[in-house]
Design a protein around this ligand. Structure first.
Ligand code: GBH
Length: 492
């Protein structure tokens, strides 16, 4: 180490470097043994035209059979933690906790034990979008009973694995689950933006809280584990001084809805949004707010249901207030933009990105590293000095290159902002998780967008994994615990 490493350029001792995946995106083995059908199995099989390349996650990275290869690459990068998710219908084929799949149980045990044997901490997500189809048929996240179903599932998972897993994520991106699941984009592909998405919002939060309380009551004193939820948050910046209020409402709408009830000292919905929605619902002729209120008990249940702050972050936007015409006429140009346009319709905000920001293979992924630092600072301002775990951050390309200079730079530049937050803004960021460990099924984009530090050859029967330059770069950071002093160039 050179004298430059006097502390300021170093990640703090104990900082975690990891990588993430999710069950449906990597496992395959969609119908092996007694596994139940998930809403993603149903979507890709019944509406293949909804996926950009007509592909499915039936085999994906085949991690159900090749998990040892995943452990191998985790080891190669010497990661501190690996974030993966449990497939609810793989563990509970009937959706309910009366029947546990022994194969499902064995599979996740192998991964957990394999990680621990290699000195890697498992970070386990309970729900990364693959709901049992049977529960969807009973109303899914719009049915209030799902709060109990999820708590039962969580209890089963904790009773099987909490003796070895210390860090948990209950739900990955509730905003994607509800707002994209109920704009017809992601599974279940239902279009009910006005009511369905908001019912889902309430129940997904209560389900999180119920799982948190199950752990707190029944497992915490034995295992001392930590739980949170992983919110997807963009950094939003007002275009002009006139757009400050719209921007704050947009923040409340896009992610304050999922963070305020959990992390704020007052609890409940973001007040300005709740008021706005109540008035709007009234104007629209509804007898009650489309945004369902919480009872006092529910507010208390949710408030403080976290041990750290889980943050998925990829991108930023500039916000301007929609004019009356844009509100009425704005038609989505593609499926993903539909959600943004819903924002325009619902709260009168238009999200834009300056033309000079680099764009990944995913059209929504506009690169603005400084946004992460602004966002981290804002989280601290709003919710206090919480410990923040970055549960996802990553960059997509078309996957053709092993020399993925753009991805390498993305991780380098975002990590640099993390370091600045820690050293200059005193934000307590405790770890960073790259999305993704390896190329995988990228939802509506199929295999056309790749996020992997490792590439996967989906044309080969063995789904061969190969390290990209970004993986070698990241391994160097993990080893050195600093961003300086090793190669930043894809050509080694
Ligand atoms: C994450 O979602 C997921 O957790 C992960 O499974 C996924 O593979 C990864 O990121 C990469 O996509 O165009 O304004 O309507 C990222 C969050 C939220 C990204 C919704 C796409 C659409 C934004 N996603 N977003 S917009």
């Amino acid at each position: 180490m050179t004298s430059k490493c006097s502390g300021i350029h170093r990640f703090p001792p104990g900082f975690w470097f990891g990588a993430a995946t999710s069950s449906y995106q990597i496992e395959g083995g969609w119908n092996v043994s007694d596994k139940g059908e998930s809403i993603w199995d149903r979507l890709v099989h019944s509406r293949p035209e909804a996926i950009l390349d007509g592909s499915t996650g039936d085999v994906a990275c085949d991690s159900y059979h090749r998990w040892q290869e995943d452990l191998q690459i985790i080891k190669e990068m010497e990661l501190d933690h690996y974030r993966f998710s449990i497939s609810w219908p793989r563990l509970l084929p009937l959706g309910f906790s009366n029947k546990i799949s022994q194969d499902g149980r064995r599979y996740y045990n192998s991964i957990i034990d394999g990680l621990l044997a290699r000195g890697v901490a498992p970070v386990v997500t309970l729900y990364h979008w693959d709901l049992p189809q049977r529960l969807q048929d009973l109303g899914g996240w719009t049915n209030p009973l799902i709060v109990d179903w999820f708590a039962d599932y969580a209890r089963t998972v904790f009773s099987l694995f909490a003796d070895r897993v210390r860090t948990w994520v209950t739900i990955n991106e509730p905003g994607s689950v509800c707002d994209m699941g109920y704009t017809g984009v992601l599974a279940p592909g239902i279009r009910d933006m006005d009511v369905g998405a908001l019912l889902c919002t309430k129940h997904v939060l209560l389900a999180h809280a119920a799982a948190y309380r199950v752990y707190q009551k029944e497992f915490k004193t034995k295992y001392y584990g930590e739980l949170s939820i992983a919110n997807h948050e963009m950094w939003l910046e007002p275009k002009t001084d006139q757009d400050v209020e719209t921007t704050s409402l947009a923040r409340e709408y896009l992610y304050g809805r999922y963070s305020h009830p959990i992390y704020s000292s007052t609890g409940g919905w973001p007040p300005a949004l709740e008021k706005y929605m109540a008035e709007k619902s009234k104007r629209e002729g509804y007898p009650r707010s489309r945004f369902p209120p919480f009872t006092q008990d529910e507010i208390q249940l949710l408030k403080g249901s976290f041990d750290y702050y889980g943050l998925n972050h990829y991108t930023s936007r500039i916000v301007r207030t929609a004019t009356t015409e844009t509100r009425l006429s704005h038609k989505p140009r593609d499926k993903l933009l539909e959600f943004t346009s819903r924002g325009a319709k619902e709260i009168g905000a238009m999200l834009e990105a300056p033309a000079h920001w680099k764009i990944g293979q995913s059209p929504w992924l506009k690169v603005y590293p400084e946004g992460l630092r602004h966002l981290l600072k804002q989280i601290k301002q709003e919710y206090g000095d919480v410990r923040i775990l970055i549960t996802e951050n990553g960059y997509s390309d078309d996957g053709h290159q092993l020399l993925d200079q753009d991805r390498l730079e993305y991780h380098r530049d975002y990590l640099e902002q993390v370091l600045k937050s820690i050293t200059e803004d005193s934000v307590r960021v405790i770890g960073y998780t790259a999305w993704s460990l390896l190329d995988n099924f990228e939802w509506m984009d199929g295999y056309t967008s790749r996020f992997g530090l490792y590439s996967v050859d989906f044309a080969s029967a063995h789904r061969r994994r190969a390290a990209r330059a970004s993986a070698r770069f990241y391994a160097g950071v993990v080893r050195a615990r600093t961003l300086s002093g090793h190669t930043h160039n894809a050509t080694r």
